[in-house]
Design a protein around this ligand. Structure first.
Ligand code: SAM
Length: 214
């Protein structure tokens, strides 16, 4: 799996500005047992470099995308991270290997509950999952050093920009649902200015939920 991830990175390095995974991301990808995060009948495919269905019309992301998004966040061991779209909990586990605290929001209650108990069973005590609409972030736990959105948004949610620390980084797929989106890197400078950079085309399941104000 790691070799396939590196091979994808070789192909996309000129778009994403990285040609190697940092040692801590590589180690996290090696440590997290992906077979624990997929349905029983798909376990033989757990270490293939592709997304897999996890029920409720949702997917566990492709390992390459998980590794790349984690890499782009430039996490430090003391960081607090917000994830939108817990799904299986796999990305949250990879983040938990690289940061101090991970907060993750999932809109489908059954997925949120399963992911939280799975993460606890696997020993991830630094991940807290809640059911909710991640578009609005997690105000009580903000601000965050890094934010990762693992579902496609039509625009960058203003509450998430607000909840990002000065100096912080967000990675988010932006574009129309069920079509190609752009993986977008959002940086907030120390004086609060926000810059965005589109890195590469991706295809994520859509961010769902209620009222949205761009
Ligand atoms: N990170 C996940 C993993 O490691 O398994 C994969 C995420 S899956 C591609 C996208 C997830 O986002 C789905 O589980 C979906 O239910 C969730 N989602 C969609 N809209 C959401 C929203 N508004 N707030 C929170 N979660 C949302």
């Amino acid at each position: 799996m790691i070799r396939a991830v590196q091979s994808d990175l070789d192909e996309t390095s000129r778009h994403v500005g990285r040609d190697r995974l940092s040692p801590h991301v590589l180690e996290a990808m090696r440590r997290v047992p992906r077979h624990e995060f997929v349905p029983e009948d798909l376990k033989p495919h757990a270490y293939e470099n592709r997304p897999l269905p996890i029920g409720y019309g949702q997917t566990i992301s492709q390992p390459y995308i998980v590794a790349l998004m984690t890499e782009l966040l430039d996490l430090k061991p003391d960081d607090t991270v917000l994830e939108i779209g817990t799904g299986s909990g796999y990305q949250a586990a990879v983040l938990a290997e690289c940061a101090r605290e991970v907060y993750s929001i999932e809109i489908i209650p059954e997925l949120a509950e399963t992911a939280q108990s799975r993460l606890l069973r696997l020993g991830y005590r630094n991940v807290t999952v809640k059911t909710g609409d991640g578009y609005f972030g997690w105000e009580e736990r903000a601000p965050f050093d890094a934010i990762i959105v693992t579902a496609a948004a039509t625009h960058i949610p203003p509450p998430l920009v607000h909840q990002l620390k000065p100096g912080g980084t967000m990675v988010i797929p932006v574009g129309p649902p069920f079509m190609v989106q752009h993986l977008t890197l959002v940086k907030k400078t120390e004086d609060g200015k926000v810059s965005t950079r589109q890195l590469l085309p991706v295809a994520f399941v859509p961010l769902i939920g209620g009222k949205r104000t761009p």
